[in-house]
Write a protein that binds this ligand. Structure first.
Ligand SMILES: Nc1ncnc2c1ncn2[C@@H]1O[C@H](COP(=O)(O)OP(=O)(O)OP(=O)(O)O)[C@@H](O)[C@H]1O
Ligand SMILES: [Mg+2]
Length: 339
C-alpha cells in the first residue's frame, strides 16, 4: 500500500529531474571481425575488420535511452585517461547527464574485446574501474531525483554489492520503480547478491540463457514458473526470436524483427532502452517489449551497441518501417527534438 502510494506520488509529481537514473560502468568495446573461432596460441591470427566504440552495458543503455528522449542521469566511476575521455564524450553527446561523475586517475578504463564468429562470440573483459564503484560513492539526492532506477551488469559491479539491497530499498521508499539486467556472471555461479535483490525489483530483463542458469531450469517455461512469485514483470530477451514477457504469471511471446545483423553486441542493452522508454511513457508491457524488439534489432544494423543509434536518419527510418510508439516517431522525425 505504502509502495503504491509512493509510485502514485511519483506519477503525479512527474517533476523529478530524471526519468531514469543508472549507476554503472562505462568502458570501450574493441571489436575484431573475421577471426577464426579456434584460436591457437603462438600464431599470428588476422582479423578482417576492427572497430572501437562505447562499451559497458550501463553506458550503452543510458546512451540509447537518452536518444529516445528519456531524461537520464548516469553515475559512474571513470578513469580520466584517453579511453575514458573518449567514452565520456560519446555518452555526453547523447544527452545523458554525467555531471556527478568527474574523471579520476585510477585503475584505467575498462575494455571489452569482442570477437564475433557468426552467431557466437568471444568476450574478453578487463574491468578497469568497473568494480571500483561503491554505494558510498553514489550521490543519493541525484540518484533518487528520478522516476525509475536501472541496474546493469550486476556481477561485474562487485563494488556495489555491499550496500545494494539497502540502496534499492531506499529508492523504492522514495517512489522509484526498479529494473535489473544482470548480464553474464563471469563465475557462472548466479547466486549471492542476485537473491538479495531479486525481490526488490519491478522489472527483470535477463536473456534466455541467463534466466535458465539463474533458475537451474532446462526450459524457459519452467524458468518462468519458478520466477513468477519473485518478480511481477519478467521480460526475457531471446535473440532473433524476439522476447517473452510474463506479467503477474501471465505469459506472451513477442516476435522479433527480421534483420541481417552486422553484429549483436549491445542488442540486449538497446532492447532495455526501448523497453524502458515505452514502459515509462505508460505503454503496456507487451507494447514496451515490442518496441524493445525494434530497438534491439536496430542495434544489430551497425557495429557495437550505439553506432546504429547515432545515425539519426537510419534510426528514424527503422522506427517508421518496423513500428514505434507515436511519441517516439514524433521525437525522431527530421526537425524533431531528438539528437
Ligand atoms: N539477430 C537478431 N535479429 C533480430 N533481433 C535481434 C537479433 N538479435 C537480437 N535481437 C533483438 O535484441 C534483443 C536482445 O538481444 P539478445 O537476446 O541477444 O540479448 P542479450 O543476450 O542480453 O544481448 P547483450 O549481448 O547485449 O547482453 C532480442 O530480444 C531481440 O529483440
Ligand atoms: Mg544482456
Amino acid at each position: 500500500m505504502k509502495r503504491i502510494r509512493a509510485q502514485l506520488m511519483n506519477m503525479v509529481q512527474g517533476q523529478r529531474r530524471f526519468d531514469v537514473t543508472i549507476a554503472g560502468e562505462i568502458n570501450l568495446d574493441l571489436i575484431l571481425y573475421g577471426l577464426p573461432p579456434h584460436m591457437p596460441t603462438e600464431r599470428e591470427l588476422l582479423a578482417t575488420g576492427f572497430k572501437m566504440t562505447l562499451g559497458g552495458s550501463s553506458a550503452i543503455t543510458a546512451h540509447n535511452l537518452a536518444l529516445l528522449g528519456t531524461r537520464v542521469g548516469f553515475a559512474t566511476r571513470v578513469c580520466d585517461d584517453e579511453m575514458g575521455q573518449f567514452a565520456m564524450r560519446r555518452i555526453g553527446e547523447s544527452g545523458v547527464d554525467v555531471s556527478t561523475s568527474p574523471g579520476e586517475r585510477e585503475e584505467g578504463t575498462g575494455v571489452t574485446i569482442l570477437l564475433p564468429h557468426g552467431a557466437e562470440r568471444h568476450i574478453l573483459t578487463y574491468p578497469g574501474t568497473t568494480a571500483g564503484l561503491t554505494c558510498d560513492d553514489l550521490p543519493w539526492t541525484y540518484l533518487s531525483a528520478s522516476r525509475h532506477f536501472h541496474l546493469s551488469s550486476l556481477f561485474l559491479q562487485s563494488g556495489l554489492h555491499a550496500g545494494l539491497p539497502e540502496l534499492l530499498r531506499r529508492l523504492r521508499s522514495a517512489g522509484l520503480t526498479i529494473s535489473l539486467d544482470t548480464n553474464d556472471d563471469p563465475e557462472d555461479a548466479w547466486g549471492g547478491i542476485l537473491h538479495d535483490v531479486l525481490g526488490l525489483i519491478d522489472v527483470f530483463l535477463p536473456n534466455e540463457r541467463e534466466l535458465l542458469r539463474i533458475t537451474g531450469s532446462d526450459s524457459l517455461d519452467k524458468a518462468l514458473v519458478r520466477m513468477a512469485d519473485t518478480v511481477p514483470v519478467i521480460v526475457v530477451k531471446c535473440g532473433s526470436k524476439g522476447s517473452v514477457i510474463q506479467v503477474d504469471g501471465r505469459r506472451q511471446e513477442v516476435p522479433g524483427v527480421r534483420v541481417t545483423p552486422v553484429d549483436t553486441i549491445g542488442a540486449g542493452d538497446s532492447f532495455n532502452a526501448g523497453f524502458l522508454s515505452a514502459y515509462l511513457h505508460g505503454c503496456s508491457i507487451s507494447e514496451a517489449a515490442r518496441f524493445g524488439n525494434v530497438t534491439g534489432a536496430l542495434s544489430t544494423l551497425s557495429f557495437g551497441g550505439t553506432e546504429a543509434w547515432r545515425n539519426r536518419q537510419m534510426r528514424h527510418r527503422f522506427f517508421l518501417e518496423n513500428g514505434a510508439p507515436d511519441f517516439i516517431l514524433a521525437l525522431s522525425e527530421p526537425g524533431g527534438p531528438a539528437r
